[in-house]
Write a protein that binds this ligand. Structure first.
Ligand code: PPS
Length: 692
């Protein structure tokens, strides 16, 4: 090696960042060629040479010569203990600088986002709920620049739920969060509902990613966060990476590690294994093409309230259409709180199986003229709900406080997830009110609590159930959610005391009677159990009846046409079934009948397909319960023999698992029963469910 120049000092931040990059690169790829190293760090070969010599001089790395034929790879590098310490120091310094830049950005935004002068310069102090709150967006000019720069960063494609979370992080809906939770904040939130600095925050807002993606990231690295079309919405400096204890999170946040809870199910079966945390810088809002005029950021709502002089605002959270009981409840709440009313429905993600938000918003619009326009407004909230009952109520309250509201309605079973796997409610009906009450002072928003509202026919009005003193002398009417669904499904009357004709009309448009809706019949069972034969017979019978198009997605047909590249590992089987589920849900959505007949050995995957389909219509799971012994005895395709001989690996029932369905709509035995009879049993089931 030629003589080394003396070590150049590294005075600027950019030089220090470069040294950090180099040490990191040498750590990751100690035997890469110099050209590759220079390319990875983004400098010329000459510059690299100088830097390498300098780092050797400082005792940060050692270079050894390697033998071997490849002249370009003559050296390998080892980072010394001193080098490792320097790398850590540089990383921490980098992060500290990022945080400082970030805080400065916030300070700038606090004053400028509404076009008002910064708060400290204003002569009249503004009421807390009306002053602008910090957003995480950069200015338009910076965003244009960042978009170009961020194109070179490693990208994470956000899931629909993460997009909802990111939008509320960026627009201040999740204030005071400045990004996805760090590990320390996460632990505090999970265990005590508090961030590391003690601030109340009940819900973990985490960026879950796959193990492979997590491995490709270095702490301190910036990543680009993209929506599902690839648009860069934000960048994030990854400061934390950890594997969460999901069972613990489920217990603490949702009250039980039970997959019957939609958010627990999501946590275990959809969320990635690793969480990344760190501050984000917002580049642009997620794009929404629907109901644009009805969507408002927290600052837009605050400025609207400011303009109208609304000092007290009570928010009503909902994921359901509004019926008369809700109208009465919201009127009463506004009266009680002496406040204006904000109808603030969630249009992000709600409970699987809920009425889609397009229909709901049309329903809300249909009843808006029932409210006094001078004191009521409606705005849509792109929140991904977790159905976490009490914690969710506190979370909803904080979000509404950020949106400029002073009061929040909490009714019976707020954000309830339904029954647990033992058939019991996850939370008590008024647990949410209790937890909210405990924290409301600190939250800066007051609860307006309501008991269950029922209709008293004698007085032709709604009253809270627990306030009716002459219960035994009057006629009390109530239609539950389940009863409403039944009436819609069967095309039965929905009385005017219960809902508004315009709402019912909208609901009937999207929810025609069951006999006119699409649905999916999903057969599952061992190979050779008779799934395909029964499915074929069923298809022919349904086609004979006519009325709706029928599609058969048989295991073998699908493997030929949709999944020809897949094998039989768990991963491939899951992918195969999810594809079938996707096609079936599209058919169901469009009013057709999908008959599926794969083995589908895993309960969790079948459940995911059920959820996909139930967004649009009924899912009828039929277990073809032929025993493995009988299937093997029949061995129609000769596959069992090959499996026994070890010539086919991972064969279901022989060398691969099959989860017997725990709650199928129907289970059919095929031993000593005619195929025609089996298909008929399915038809009877469909009839009893009102589907034909
Ligand atoms: S899965 O698990 O649902 O994705 O399987 P599926 O798509 O229904 O495909 C099952 C058919 O593939 C043949 N086959 C096997 N089955 C199970 N295990 C292994 N290892 C295997 N290898 C090939 C078999 O013929 C199945 O057809 P059916 O119609 O079920 O008999």
């Amino acid at each position: 090696m030629p003589t080394l120049p003396t070590l150049p000092t590294l005075p600027t931040a950019a030089d220090e960042d470069l040294l950090f990059e180099l040490l990191r690169q040498l750590d990751v790829a100690p035997e890469a060629s110099q050209r590759a190293t220079a390319q990875a760090v983004g400098i010329s070969l000459g510059r690299l040479n100088g830097l390498l010599r300098a780092t050797v001089d400082q005792g940060l790395i050692q270079i050894t010569e390697r033998g071997g034929p490849d002249k370009r790879q003559r050296f390998s590098y080892v980072i010394t203990a001193k080098g490792a310490a320097e790398k850590t120091r540089l990383r921490d310094q980098f992060l500290a600088r990022k945080f400082a830049e970030y805080d400065a950005l916030h300070a700038e935004l606090t004053g400028s986002s509404s076009g008002l002068s910064p708060l400290k310069h204003r002569t009249h102090p503004m009421q807390n709920n009306l002053a602008p709150i910090p957003e995480l967006y950069v200015s338009y000019e910076s965003a244009q620049k960042m978009k170009v720069e961020a194109a070179d960063l490693t990208s994470h494609d956000l899931s629909p739920r993460q997009i909802c979370d990111l939008e509320l992080l960026m627009n201040g809906g999740f204030n005071p969060l400045k990004g996805f939770l760090t590990e320390e904040d996460y632990n505090g939130v999970v265990d005590n509902m508090r961030l590391a600095d003690g601030t109340l925050w009940p819900m973990p807002i985490t960026l879950d990613v796959s193990e492979d993606f997590a491995k490709s990231i270095e702490l301190g690295q910036d990543i680009a966060l993209r929506d599902q079309e690839g648009v860069i919405l934000a960048t994030m400096t990854v400061t934390d990476r950890w594997e969460p204890n999901k069972a613990h999170e489920a217990e603490k946040v949702f009250g039980a590690d039970d997959d019957a809870h939609p958010a627990v199910n999501y946590l275990h079966n959809q969320a990635g294994k690793i969480y990344l945390g760190g501050p984000i810088v917002g580049i642009q809002q997620p794009v929404h093409y629907d109901f644009r005029a009805r969507r408002d950021t927290p600052n837009e709502l605050r400025s609207y309230f400011r303009k109208l002089g609304w000092r007290r605002v009570v928010a009503f959270q909902t994921r359901n259409p509004l019926h008369r009981a809700h109208q009465e409840l919201t009127f009463r709440a506004a009266r009680e709180a002496q406040a204006n009313l904000l109808i603030h429905p969630v249009v992000g993600m709600t409970k699987p199986g809920d009425i889609d938000h397009f229909t709901r918003v049309r329903c809300y619009e249909a009843v808006l003229d029932q409210y006094p326009s001078a004191t009521t407004t409606m705005s849509l909230l792109n929140l991904a709900m977790r159905m976490a009952g009490p914690r969710e109520a506190v979370w909803h309250g904080l979000i509404r406080a950020n949106h400029g509201c002073t009061h929040f309605i909490v009714g019976r079973d707020h954000a309830g997830p339904g029954k647990n796997s033992a058939g019991e409610d996850f939370y008590g009906p008024y647990d949410a009110q209790e937890l909210f009450r405990e924290h409301q002072e600190e939250m800066g928003i007051e609860m307006v609590d309501f008991k269950h509202m029922v209709y008293v026919q004698d007085r032709a009005q709604y009253e809270p159930a627990d306030e009716i003193e002459d219960k035994d002398d009057v006629t009390i009417l109530n239609i539950s959610g389940t009863e409403l669904r039944r009436r819609l499904q069967e095309g039965l009357e929905i009385p005017e005391w219960f809902s508004f004709p315009a709402v019912v009309e909208e609901l009937r448009k999207t929810k025609p009677p069951r006999a006119e809706q699409g649905f999916t019949v999903f057969f599952t069972g061992f190979s050779g159990s008779g799934k395909s034969t029964i499915a074929n017979a069923l298809m022919v019978k349904l086609m004979e009846m006519g009325g709706r198009p029928v599609t058969l997605l048989d295991g073998d047909i699908v493997r030929k046409n949709l999944s020809s590249e897949l094998g039989f590992s768990k991963e491939h089987r899951d992918l195969n079934i999810r594809r079938i589920g996707y096609v079936a849900s599209e058919i169901t959505k469009n009013g057709g009948i999908a008959i599926c007949a794969p083995i589908a050995p895993y309960e969790t995957t079948r459940r995911a397909v059920r959820e996909d389909v139930e967004n649009f219509g009924a899912f009828v799971e039929v277990h073809v319960a032929t025993s493995i012994e009988e299937c093997e005895r029949r061995d129609r395709k000769g596959l069992y023999k090959l499996a026994r001989e070890g010539k086919i690996k991972e064969f279901t029932g022989i060398s691969d698992p099959y989860d017997v369905p725990s709650k199928p709509e129907l289970s059919v035995e095929t031993e000593n029963v005619e195929v025609d009879n089996c298909a008929h049993q399915v038809l009877l089931k469909l009839e009893s469910m009102g589907l034909i």
